[in-house]
Design a protein around this ligand. Structure first.
Ligand code: SF4
Length: 227
């Protein structure tokens, strides 16, 4: 079990402005700059991962460190892989609490966006750290809840891989499978030669977070019918 605490995350105005589609000369950009000063010290980025091994494979299941996961797509993605990296990343609770306590909806939105960006950067930090430490050229990831094939209920077995996640990085899982702090993400990184994105198997239209085009032909490779 490895914990990365104090992940160095620095909010950059240009990136935030691009995400918010703001012109540097527009009025709201001065609010964004001011809020960056508020948000930056509230980011407490941490990551937890476990170097894990596949212990068994079924038709639609894969056993990782003795814990069974049910997903056809995950099983296919891990077909030729032995060592994988279940992970949880968080930026802590302080920034989301600050956003929720603001009665200005625009400021709330800006702070939430900064939190989302900090969380993404923290996951990228973990990804690069894994590549460096384990000599991996390329990794992909899957997250419980991103596909019907791997539902959010699979958070439970994922958390069980780690033991006491709250003690380790301060993240808990509710009965409805949500993580607290909200600004947390979980999943499994695995080595790949060809990049995989769950978005390739997701037909949702106009998703602002889409990372790859929907590819209907991939359904056949994964043996999916109505994903
Ligand atoms: S397209 Fe959107 S909803 Fe679908 S998997 Fe990608 S990010 Fe998730």
């Amino acid at each position: 079990m490895k914990v990365l605490d104090a992940i160095p995350i620095k909010l950059e105005f240009e990136e935030i402005a691009r995400q918010l589609r703001l012109d540097a000369n527009m009025g709201p950009s001065s609010i964004v700059r001011e809020l960056m000063g508020v948000a930056q010290p509230l980011i407490q980025a941490k990551a937890l991962y476990e170097v894990s091994y596949i212990s068994q494979r079924g038709k639609d299941t894969v056993e990782i460190n003795g814990v069974t996961f049910k997903s056809r797509v995950l099983r296919v993605n891990l077909d030729t892989v032995e060592r994988i990296f279940p992970y949880i990343v968080t930026i802590g609770k302080a920034l989301e609490d600050k956003a929720s306590s603001s009665d200005d909806l625009l400021k709330q939105f800006y702070l939430e966006t900064m939190g989302d960006m900090a969380l993404r950067s923290s996951r990228e930090y973990l990804e690069n750290s894994l590549k460096r430490h384990f000599g991996l050229d390329h990794v992909s990831r899957m997250n419980p809840g991103s596909l019907k094939d791997w539902p959010i209920t699979e958070q439970k077995p994922l958390f069980s891989v780690f033991g006491n996640v709250e003690d380790l990085i301060g993240v808990t899982l509710t009965d409805s499978m949500l993580m607290i702090p909200r600004k947390s993400v979980s999943g499994i990184f695995f080595p790949t030669e060809v990049s995989f994105f769950s978005c390739q198997l997701c037909s949702r239209k106009d998703c602002p977070a889409r990372m790859a085009p929907y590819d209907e032909t991939l359904k056949e490779k994964y043996g999916l019918k109505d994903e």
